[in-house]
Design a protein around this ligand. Structure first.
Ligand code: G3D
Length: 192
C-alpha cells in the first residue's frame, strides 16, 4: 500500500459530492467529521463546502448540496469533476425511501459521475426501528444501480460519529484505486 504525502495538500484533492434528501443528516455528519462534535444544523440553502482530511489521507473537499425538493433539481449541476459520491439515507424515514431511491437512481445516470464510486450512508442507526444497512441496500436496489462502479453501504450515526470514519475511509480507498488505475500523475502517490 502507498501513503499520501503531505505534498498532496498542494496537489490532488478529491471532490466529494454529498447528497441525500433533506433531513437525512448530511450537515450533521459533515460537522461531526470536521469538528468531531455534533453541531446545531440549519436546513442547507444552497450548499456547504468543507475540507476534510482523515488520518493523513487524501484531502477531501466535500460539497453538501441541499436536499429539499427544489434543490434536488440542481444536484446535477454539481456533478462535474466529482471523484466520489456519498449518498445519505435517513434509515428511519421509510415513507420517503422510495423518493430517495428515485433521486439516487436519477443522479447515478449523470454522465459526469459515470463509474464514480459511491458510499451510501445508512444514517440514524441509533433510532429504534431504523432499517439496517442490508435493508437499505435491498430497498434502494444498490447492487443493480451501482453495478458499473465500486460501492459500499455503511451503517452510521451522524450524532455520535459511529461509522463515519469507516465510510469515508472506504470512499478514500475507492478514489485512490480509481486514480491509480487511470494513471493520474497529479495524485502524488508515494510508494513505500
Ligand atoms: P440535512 O443536512 O441532510 O438536511 P441535518 O440534515 O444534518 O440538518 O439533520 C436533520 C435532523 O436529523 C437534525 O435534527 C439532526 O440532529 C438529526 N440527525 C442527523 N443525524 C442523526 C443521527 O444519526 N441520529 C439521530 N437520532 N438524529 C440525527 P433536528 O431536530 O435539528 O431537525
Amino acid at each position: 500500500m502507498g501513503q499520501w504525502s503531505s505534498k498532496s495538500r498542494k496537489g490532488r484533492q478529491a471532490h466529494v459530492l454529498l447528497l441525500g434528501l433533506d433531513s437525512a443528516g448530511k450537515s450533521t455528519l459533515l460537522y461531526k467529521l470536521k469538528f468531531a462534535k455534533a453541531m446545531m444544523t440549519m436546513p442547507t440553502i444552497g450548499f456547504n463546502v468543507e475540507m476534510i482530511e482523515l488520518e493523513n489521507s487524501l484531502p477531501l473537499t466535500v460539497w453538501d448540496v441541499g436536499g429539499q425538493e427544489k434543490m434536488r433539481s440542481v444536484w446535477s449541476c454539481y456533478c462535474e469533476n466529482t471523484d466520489a459520491l456519498v449518498y445519505v439515507v435517513d434509515s428511519t424515514d421509510e415513507k420517503r425511501l422510495e423518493v430517495s431511491r428515485k433521486e439516487f437512481e436519477h443522479i447515478l445516470k449523470n454522465e459526469h459521475i459515470k463509474n464514480v464510486p459511491v458510499v451510501l450512508l445508512a444514517n440514524k442507526q441509533d433510532m429504534p426501528g431504523a432499517l439496517t444497512a442490508e435493508d437499505i441496500t435491498r430497498k434502494l436496489r444498490v447492487k443493480q444501480l451501482c453495478s458499473d462502479r465500486n460501492w459500499y453501504v455503511q451503517p452510521c450515526c451522524a450524532l455520535t460519529g459511529e461509522g463515519l470514519a469507516e465510510g469515508f475511509r472506504k470512499l478514500t480507498a475507492f478514489v485512490k484505486s480509481r486514480i491509480k488505475s487511470s494513471g493520474d500523475t497529479l495524485a502524488l502517490f508515494k510508494q513505500k
